[in-house]
Design a protein around this ligand. Structure first.
Ligand code: FES
Length: 310
């Protein structure tokens, strides 16, 4: 089913229209744009915000379905039925709010996807929006005392949510959307010469140490930094990026990484770029990895190597 959706090229046209609409909306925020998109992409969290919000959504709605089922069990005291219905309405409210947050963060992540992933992501979003509309109608029906109809709409919405979640899971586990894609880390703790400093010309240069690809670049006169070779967002080759005012810029979607730490300055990347110690000794750039890297994060080491004598 996922690959069949991925082949539907007619979805590209509405996808690009929606993407342009999103870009227009974010760009119209002016200077607040980066703050807002960083918050939605999960730069502050170190990974995307959408998955935990989606979990909250399905957890709250699953609770609603369970409480609805309890309230329908025969032979129960009326007070327990009333309690179950009341708490079901509350968890439904939480589910609707989480679902709206999930849609906004998901759309922000989705706008940078491509081809099959973009088509599957679009269907995933539309399906979940349809389910959210049913939840909203269910909440209104319950509010108006139409409990039977409210319960039926939530159950139908939840079945749709489960289908939509399957598509979301395929995007994460098959395509790696939302996963840190920066790849292998350098573990070597020995200083390793990689290239003459004179061969750095302001652009990141790819080198390999112990089978691990890195990019080395001159960040200021006499200072060099080394990073993982792939962008954590969707694995763009950082050797095609460039250095701009203390930031290493991803060539695909324009994430900014601080050249003195690899931390994300602007998304859509949420995880930091692996960062390694680098120095110049006798005109040769040397790098080394981190002895105790933080699992799943860039191996940020506080000081950037900056010249002979270190
Ligand atoms: S691959 Fe998307 S920002 Fe780098």
């Amino acid at each position: 089913m996922v690959s069949a959706i991925g082949r539907q090229e007619w979805l590209d046209r509405p996808s690009y229209r929606l993407e342009h609409l999103l870009s227009f909306g974010y760009n119209s925020l002016g200077r607040a744009r980066n703050t807002v998109t960083n918050a939605l992409n999960g730069v502050w969290l170190g990974h995307p915000v959408h998955p935990p919000l989606a979990s909250l959504t399905s957890g709250a709605l699953g609770t609603t379905v369970a409480l609805d089922a309890l309230s329908l069990l025969p032979g129960q005291p009326k007070s327990e039925v009333v309690d179950a219905s009341r708490f079901a309405a509350r968890s439904l409210g939480v589910g609707i709010l989480a679902s709206i947050g999930s849609a906004i963060t998901g759309a922000t992540d989705w706008q940078h996807t491509h081809e099959e992933d973009r088509r599957v992501g679009l269907v995933h979003g539309v399906v979940n929006l349809a389910a959210t509309a049913l939840y909203a109608q269910s909440w209104w029906d319950r509010h108006k005392g139409r409990h039977g109809r409210g319960i039926a709409l939530t159950a139908l919405g939840y079945a749709i949510t489960v289908g939509g979640s399957y598509l979301g899971g395929a995007l994460v586990f098959e395509s790696g959307i939302g996963i840190d894609q920066s790849g292998q880390r350098l573990r070597t703790t020995e200083w390793t010469p990689v290239l003459p400093a004179s061969s750095l010309n302001g652009k990141p240069v790819r080198v390999e140490v112990d089978g691990v690809g890195l990019v080395v670049c001159q960040t200021k006169p006499g200072e060099v930094s080394a990073f993982g070779e792939f962008c954590p967002h969707l694995a763009a080759p950082m050797a095609d990026g460039w250095v701009d005012r203390g930031r290493l810029v991803c060539p695909w979607h324009g994430s900014w990484f601080a050249t003195d730490s690899g931390q994300v300055v602007r998304g859509p990347a949420a995880a930091p770029l692996p960062y390694y110690e680098a120095r110049v000794i006798d005109g040769v750039v040397e790098v080394r990895g981190d002895e105790h890297p933080t699992p799943g994060r860039g191996t940020a080491i506080g000081n950037v190597g900056n010249g002979a004598g270190k």
